[in-house]
Design a protein around this ligand. Structure first.
Ligand code: 0RA
Length: 641
């Protein structure tokens, strides 16, 4: 087809919803689980727009047992009057034409409408059926569609004193690879939307067997978000600090709170989308924060006794949890996953507003300001200590020669894509692993006892910890951010494509595994994101009959072997308490040999939840940890983070 023809044809097809059905991924990102859930967000976004325009304060989402979904709001209701120009009702227009929304509301831009922002018509096109009820002018209107095609014109079916819209749809299984909704995925996003748009109450109800229900109402908005994120942390000041500014069509909302940890956790959003890669609004926030605190420090002469320290941006963000949300017309989402806000004017606007508002806040709240500044000064001192510790660690490595830890039993292969390293607790298990491995491509690093709980330690401590130094040296990647005398973390220097945590299947083993995962999550997250971290799955039992033997990796498997072998005599069941109890051949066969083992890959799907869970598991507070372990006792056997 010629270029010209192609354009003509593609414009024509774009008009119809056919285009959506032919290339669904272009409109909703994918036809997998993510696209399936996107359908719900697309409808909910319309309700949120009604709320932001001031007409709606309630959205009820229901998952039915056939995995159809309804989204009901109490907004104005989609208009139903006849549209002379288009020769159909407004309702039909909205539900069958791409980007029809704008035809009604030119005055205000739509704040939500998401990454794809394609509208309900798209959801309609990708649904086996859709039923829409509109409650408007004391009447109930109804319209039904199959795969986006109207069954008949809109009709009046009754009277009501309600107002709003109810959209019920069933995703087309001819389009989607899966049509099973996840309560947790929907729940996470709806909660986030409720935090981001205060005053809206969102409910989620699961009518499938054993379904749950949630209600998300946060009058505190972003401030409640911070409280939720830091549920298990100890705050430095009682309430999150909040700012709001609406100017020149741009809204900026910020909530922030310092806690006694060393972790920086700043979330950013643009038009209700989580910008995971930050962007201009986040940069503006960081600059404004740095400016406000440094100005306060110098105006009040607070560094006079510490005149050697210099406060850097990162010092001012240690132990800071913050959410930055901007709403703007024409957001530019950049980067491979469109997770970065690109609008350049936003940077200066956010910087100025944070600089001014936080400046005023600090002057007006000297007690809190003093605590914050003390914390920042301490973190600057610790940063300097960390730098020295790192220098020391490097010098030691160079003196040790070769830069590899002495107790590493390295492999012969040098191509990282073929190499694996096992992190093993203790020398006895280390010994079995060394004998059981295939030394051509498998390396063993035995670790001594429990490694440092990094959740409670500052960077200088982490860097000085010997076992952590050994790991980082063995991996070859370096560690942390780059500075004057260190290159920091560099994934391309990784010496093994698989880093395998191999601990005993007991309480201690699982503690060490959690400590290691916490270390990876906090200090080498690049390895988790790149899929390099794995958990070995050693068997829990060996069951022996006369000549045969079987391994069982959990109680269910053990019971099924016992059941299968109930006729046999002299069964011996051995419960492995440690890896050291297995002989090297057994360890190799069950846990190490790629042909016969099974590995669990560590994934990071929900960073917000992971942060909360790690803080809770590794932090000071005992009660939430006890509750979590009780609630998750069944799942813990297969800890897949
Ligand atoms: C077009 C125009 C107006 C509202 C809507 C669409 C609308 C769409 C959805 C989808 C789900 N809930 C919704 N609520 C409203 C403006 C209506 C007016 O001007 O009265």
């Amino acid at each position: 087809m010629s270029e010209q023809n192609y354009t003509a044809v593609s414009i024509k097809t774009l008009k119809g919803l056919d285009a959506v059905r032919k290339r669904p991924a272009m409109y909703i990102g994918s036809t997998g689980s993510s696209g399936l859930h996107h359908l719900v967000y697309e409808v909910v976004d319309n309700s949120i727009d009604e709320a932001l325009a001031g007409y709606c304060d309630r959205v009820d989402v229901t998952i039915y047992s056939d995995n159809s979904i309804s989204v009901v709001d109490n907004g104005r209701g989609i208009p139903v009057d006849y549209h002379a120009e288009e020769k159909m009702s407004a309702l039909q227009l909205v539900l069958t034409t791409l980007h029809a929304g704008g035809k009604f509301d030119n005055s205000s831009y739509k704040v939500s409408g998401g990454l794809h922002g394609v509208g309900v018509s798209c959801v309609n096109a990708l649904s086996a059926w859709m039923k829409v009820e509109v409650f408007r002018d004391n009447k109930i209107y109804f319209m039904e569609f199959n795969r986006g095609v109207p069954k008949e014109d809109v009709k009046e079916i009754g009277t009501t004193d309600r107002k709003g819209t109810s959209v019920t749809f069933k995703p087309d299984d001819k389009v989607f690879e899966t049509t099973e909704y996840s309560f947790d995925i929907l729940s996470k996003r709806l909660r986030e939307l409720a935090f981001l748009n205060k005053g809206i109450c969102i409910t989620l109800k699961d009518e499938r067997p054993e379904g749950k229900s949630h209600e998300f109402c946060y009058p505190g908005g972003l401030s409640s978000f911070i409280t939720y994120l830091d549920e298990n942390k100890t705050p430095l000041h009682p309430q999150p600090i909040c700012f709001f500014q609406a100017k020149d069509g741009i809204e900026i909302e910020i909530a922030m709170q310092y806690n006694d940890s060393y972790i920086e956790n700043i979330l950013s959003f643009a038009n209700n989308i989580n910008t995971v890669d930050g962007g201009t609004h986040l940069s503006g926030f960081k600059k404004g924060l740095t400016r406000a605190i440094n100005t306060y420090v110098s105006n009040n002469n607070l560094l006079k006794n510490n005149n050697k320290v210099e406060l850097k941006g990162e010092d001012l963000r240690e132990g800071l949890t913050a959410a930055v949300s901007v709403k703007l017309p024409n957001p530019q989402f950049e980067g491979q996953t469109k997770g970065k806000l690109g609008n350049s004017d936003i940077m200066g606007i956010v910087e100025t507003s944070v600089g001014e508002m936080l400046g005023v806040y600090l002057e007006e709240n000297p007690q809190i300001a003093r605590k914050v500044v003390d914390k920042c000064v301490n973190s600057a001192i610790a940063r300097e200590a960390a730098r020295r510790a790192r220098q020391l660690a490097r010098r030691k490595t160079i003196m040790d020669g070769g830069g590899l830890p002495g107790k590493l039993a390295d492999c012969q292969e040098r191509d990282p894509s073929k190499c694996e390293i096992f992190l093993v607790e203790g020398d006895s298990a280390g010994g079995s692993a060394k004998m059981g491995r295939d030394r051509t491509f498998q390396a063993i690093l035995p670790l001594k006892g429990k490694i440092l709980n990094v959740e409670k330690a500052r960077l200088d401590k982490v860097i000085s910890h010997e076992e952590i130094q050994f790991m980082v040296q063995a991996f070859g990647t370096g560690f942390g951010k780059s500075d004057e005398d260190d290159d920091g973390f560099n994934l391309s220097k990784l010496r093994y494509s698989k880093i395998i945590i191999m601990t005993d299947a007991d309480v201690d083993g699982s503690h060490i595994r959690t400590l290691l995962l916490t270390f990876f999550f906090r200090h080498l997250p690049g390895l988790i994101e790149n899929g390099n971290v794995f958990i070995a799955q050693p068997p829990l039992y060996k069951i022996k009959a006369a000549k045969e033997e079987r391994y069982a990796f959990n109680d269910v498997e053990k019971d099924s072997v016992l059941d299968e072998w109930k006729e046999k005599k002299n069964l011996v069941i051995q419960r492995y308490k440690g890896l050291g109890e297995m002989n090297p051949d057994q360890l190799a066969e069950t846990t190490m040999n790629p042909e016969t083992r099974s590995l669990l890959q560590v994934k990071l799907e929900d960073a917000v939840e992971a942060d909360r869970v790690f803080t809770m598991l590794m932090g000071e507070e005992v009660e939430p940890r006890r509750r979590f372990i009780e609630e998750n006792a069944k799942k813990v056997k297969n800890l897949d983070v």
